[in-house]
Write a protein that binds this ligand. Structure first.
Ligand SMILES: [Zn+2]
Length: 132
């Protein structure tokens, strides 16, 4: 994958008070979640696979866009959005951030804001912060 995982502001790595572990693994179910006990983010391969194989069956306005979309771009963008959504839950939990309105809406907005410039070629999002 080229620069799929690319869009965190480059200053975040040095500003977060703690690391946020992110794990990709088989879960036996379609899911992605923030674990409040482990303070860690998990993205299940099964969830990613749904977007890798199922987006071609999407109906409505999105189908026109997706018909011409690059499979890797769809998979990467969707995975990043899910990851940022769950990371938003993690930030709220980990750093006791206040939320006005529904938390699901807040983390969707967080994910959108994080990825708004992610399609700029050569703009790394996460790569500078990935380890292990
Ligand atoms: Zn959520």
């Amino acid at each position: 994958m080229s620069c799929g995982l690319c869009a965190f502001p480059s200053t975040w790595g040095s500003e977060l008070p703690q690391d946020i572990p992110v794990t990709f693994r088989d879960c036996g179910m379609v899911n992605a979640f923030w674990d409040t006990d482990a303070k860690a983010l998990t993205l299940c391969y099964e969830f990613i696979q749904i977007y890798n194989t199922g987006y071609e069956e999407v109906m409505g306005e999105e189908s026109v866009f997706l018909a011409g979309a690059d499979r890797d771009m769809v998979l990467t963008g969707t995975t990043l959005f899910i990851m940022m959504h769950e990371l938003g839950h993690g930030f709220i939990d980990r750093f006791a951030l206040p939320v006005t309105g529904r938390e699901e809406d807040a983390v969707d907005q967080f994910a959108a804001l994080m990825l708004i410039d992610a399609d700029e070629k050569g703009t790394p999002v996460l790569e500078p912060h990935l380890s292990g």
